[in-house]
Design a protein around this ligand. Structure first.
Ligand SMILES: Nc1ncnc2c1ncn2[C@@H]1O[C@H](COP(=O)(O)OP(=O)(O)O)[C@@H](O)[C@H]1O
Ligand SMILES: O=C(O)C1=C[C@@H](OP(=O)(O)O)[C@@H](O)[C@H](O)C1
Ligand SMILES: [Mg+2]
Length: 198
């Protein structure tokens, strides 16, 4: 991991700590593991972790489903773009975005200018397995949530492909193993590392 700039902070550290000069944004479908894997990547590297949904919820003092119900998706997307722009300026570390964030051109441009994007690429069956029992994704509150997820998947994959890197999620890979895969993938790309450290 020598390509990441090692922190010079004094004192004993439980694990190596790296200083990123930009943000690594995880993108991809709901259920891909952006929040869980992002947190683990950040822990492994000893860098800050933020999740755009959590930041939106904190600022509104409401959950994502509550924001959708009260103010609608358009309002949520506006907040999401603002939060992502703000975090890209203020935060050097790992940023897990919500599944719809990378669809907006302004978010892709901001992430591209001020960070790098990593697509967690999971197939539809795996995504469905992960989200089917949870009621936290308002877009899936439809008569046919599996069909809705499939339609979102079809529409979104071409946009996720625009990410700087893609890491394939596999059924049998734990959160920890996925996090290591993300780090290993970053390490194989000097051009991306250069961008993070510039
Ligand atoms: N590699 C994995 N192995 C097992 N469970 C996972 C894995 N990645 C994510 N999960 C679980 O799947 C669910 C969705 O993950 P989450 O991180 O919330 O995805 P996202 O933020 O992309 O919507 C959570 O319950 C999480 O703990
Ligand atoms: O796919 C989407 O449009 C959304 C995904 C959710 O985040 P996760 O991808 O972290 O579940 C959250 O931002 C919101 O429910 C909308
Ligand atoms: Mg998430």
């Amino acid at each position: 991991m020598s390509e990441f700039e090692q922190s010079t902070a004094d004192g004993p550290a439980p694990r190596p700590s790296y200083r990123l000069k930009k943000t690594v944004a995880l993108v991809g479908m709901m259920g891909a593991g952006k929040t869980a894997v992002g947190r683990s990547v950040a822990q492994r590297l000893g860098v800050p972790f933020l999740d755009s949904d959590a930041e939106i919820e904190r600022a509104a003092n409401l959950s994502v489903p509550e924001i959708f119900a009260r103010d609608g998706e358009t309002f949520f997307r506006k907040r999401e773009s603002e939060v992502i722009a703000r975090l890209l300026d203020a935060h050097c570390g790992i940023l897990s975005t919500g599944g719809g964030a990378f669809l907006a051109e302004v978010n892709r441009r901001n992430i591209g200018e001020r960070g790098v994007s990593v697509w967690l690429d999971a197939d539809l069956d795996l995504l469905w397995q992960r989200v089917r029992h949870k009621d936290t994704r308002p877009l899936l509150r439809t008569a046919d949530p599996r069909g809705t997820l499939a339609a979102l998947y079809e529409a979104r994959v071409p946009l996720y492909r625009k990410a700087d890197l893609a890491v394939t999620c596999k059924q049998n890979l734990s959160i920890e193993a996925m996090a290591q895969r993300v780090i290993d993938t970053l390490l194989t790309r000097p051009d991306v590392l250069e961008k993070i450290n510039a």
